[in-house]
Design a protein around this ligand. Structure first.
Ligand code: C2E
Ligand code: MG
Ligand code: MG
Length: 555
């Protein structure tokens, strides 16, 4: 048993421990009596053994226990105990009365001391489980309540997570003090809604959680929540509406651990963010998905160091001549735990984290070192690299590109940066500056997946691009869908009017190839031309098609 548990058993003994300790104290008192008697009586120092059960009684049973044991010890060492057992000489009254008073005093002091200490520990514990702002239980407090309910009832339990919408914006406007005032008011209204049917607690940041032990009370509480949407909260005389969202998970169906249950209830809110319902229920598909995502992120942290990333190269060709136009660098990840992970399954996740920076740096470094190798063999062709919006928000990526181009002595126009249209659409101003910098040093820019974002054409005027890549969704429909045909034809005409190159992605059939060629599309990429290949295969593919020329760039 760990030390802390032993100490807790002693300071806050259970009923059983109390009974055991009571017997132990009585036993010690009598043992003390016998020892004193056998060693010759109260004249000798063995008498002080009796302080042990007296102090112990005070510690366990507080002041009453200490006094009781003190009196008992005093009586045992009193008229019944002659000074000298052998000579049977009795003790003077004053002597034993005085001793009894000292026993009682020691017992009382030990009892009072233990009570003060116990109260102090209780206060510390209470602080540990209470949120100081609202006075509600915090996560530790809720966990304690949760374990007590689960152990006592063995029944199901409902966990409701509460999140305040737009709270970050409200906090930014109100400042810390204002946000505290608001939180207190929200806590009060939630407390009223929950009443005696559940346990409300405050989580870190601005969230709350509620434990509802009885299923039949859930509906009632949720109904009360509905009325909260009309509430206004007055902070610094400003009336505020606070929209709340509720997520629900269930013990034991969804999890056995309160932390996980709260996280799952919060996940239910997050995955439901775009919908209109204010109350969302956790279901397993949400959990599996997010746990898998978390695993992907965890595994990816070490992917670069573990060398489990590989860069493949998918060829692009000029449609009119069939000649090599270049390659697109596409990342492949083979993880020891997850196996081969599709870029569509991890790139969007990585883009949400800082990990996108080392990924893009690695792609750039690998692609440019490959270009260097091809250049030395007289086989240099352009390579395009996919950039995410986060890369363009990070000014240091520009320096990396400049450094790598210089290091590998690659002419900048051999490097193309692909940016997807959806990411362009959301953050124009930040993007334009970085893209202009890249363009100024001669790097080519292409808009990827053209046609899938909204208001695609607007960006063609605003961004310094060289090419657009029509998304495979449209290309693969041109053989049978007249709308796709119209979109692709229009995109080609528009790009040409703007003096841009057009590359069609995802060409899989000869018919698609022929149609695009007829419509004067400049380039194409797709399984018909070639799938993405490992570096050695791409080199062999190039050798078959490109006549070696003198290395490019400064020697
Ligand atoms: P993307 O940039 O549009 O890349 C083209 C995707 O289409 C590639 O998928 C490619 O393998 C696939 N593809 C090419 N030809 C055909 C075809 O004929 N038929 C079909 N069905 N598909 C074809 P992949 O490699 O799975 O990559 C998917 C996306 O992941 C890429 O789309 C890109 O947005 C992203 N991605 C890949 N590598 C990187 C990278 O290094 N960095 C970043 N930020 N994103 C990357
Ligand atoms: Mg691309
Ligand atoms: Mg694409």
């Amino acid at each position: 048993m760990p030390f802390f548990d032993i100490y807790k058993h002693f300071i806050f003994p259970s009923k059983r421990t109390k009974i055991l300790l009571c017997f132990l104290i009585i036993f010690m008192l009598f043992l003390g009596y016998i020892i004193v008697q056998l060693t010759g009586g109260t004249k000798f120092a063995y008498l002080h053994i009796l302080y042990i059960p007296v102090i112990l009684a005070g510690l366990v049973f507080s002041i009453q226990g200490g006094i009781g044991a003190g009196v008992a010890a005093g009586i045992l060492m009193s008229p019944f105990m002659p000074t000298q057992y052998i000579s049977e000489q009795s003790q003077p009254f004053l002597s034993w009365a005085m001793r009894m008073i000292i026993f009682v005093l020691v017992g009382a002091i030990s009892g009072v001391g233990a009570s003060i200490f116990r109260a102090y520990i209780k206060e510390l514990e209470l602080k540990q489980i209470t949120d100081p702002l609202t006075g509600l239980p915090n996560l530790h407090g809720l966990t304690k309540i949760f374990s007590e309910i689960v152990q006592m009832t063995h029944k199901t339990l409902i966990v409701v997570a509460v999140e305040l919408n737009q709270i970050q914006k409200i906090s930014a406007a109100l400042g810390e003090e204002g946000t505290d005032q608001l939180t207190k008011q929200v806590a009060d209204s939630l407390r009223q809604c929950v009443g005696k049917n559940g346990f409300l607690g405050r989580l870190r940041a601005h969230g709350f959680a509620i434990l509802i032990p009885e299923e039949e009370h859930v509906l009632e509480i949720l109904k009360n929540f509905e009325s909260l949407s009309e509430n206004t909260y007055l902070v610094n005389t400003i009336p505020l509406f606070v929209e709340m969202r509720f997520g629900i998970s269930r013990y034991p169906n969804d999890d056995n651990d309160l932390n996980h249950l709260i996280r799952k209830a919060q996940l239910a809110i997050k995955t439901n963010q775009n919908q209109t319902e204010r109350i969302s229920h956790f279901d397993k598909s949400i959990g599996d998905f997010s746990e898998h995502n978390l695993l992907i992120l965890n595994q990816f942290k070490t992917a670069i160091d573990n060398k489990s990333l590989v860069l493949e190269y998918q060829p692009k060709a000029y449609l009119q001549t069939g000649k090599v136009m270049g390659f697109e660098a596409l990342v492949r990840w083979s993880d020891p735990v997850l196996g081969l992970v599709n870029p569509m399954d991890f790139v969007p996740l990585i883009e949400e984290t800082l990990l996108i920076t080392p990924l893009t740096r690695w792609v750039l470094e690998t692609a440019l070192s490959q270009m260097d190798q091809w250049n030395r063999k007289g086989l240099l062709v352009p390579i395009s690299v996919n950039f995410s919006i986060r890369n363009l928000q990070d000014p240091s990526i520009f320096e990396t590109v400049v450094h790598l181009l210089k290091n590998y002595k690659i002419p900048p126009h051999f490097l193309e940066v692909e940016v997807t249209e959806t990411c362009v659409a959301s953050n124009m101003s930040i993007l334009v500056a970085t893209l202009k910098n890249l363009r100024e040093i001669g790097i080519r820019l292409a808009i990827d997946d053209f046609g899938t974002g909204q208001a695609s054409q607007q960006y063609l005027f605003e961004l310094p691009v060289n090419a657009i890549k029509i998304d495979k969704l449209f290309v693969q429909s041109i053989s049978y869908n007249s709308t796709a045909t119209a979109i692709v034809k229009n995109a080609i005409a528009l790009a040409h009017d703007l003096n841009l190159d057009v590359i069609a992605e995802g060409i899989e059939t000869q018919n698609e190839y022929d149609l695009l060629k007829e419509w004067k599309c400049d380039g194409g990429q797709g399984y018909l031309i070639g799938r993405s290949m490992k570096a050695e295969d791409a080199t062999a593919w190039l050798k078959e098609r490109v006549k070696p020329h003198k290395p490019k760039g400064k020697a």
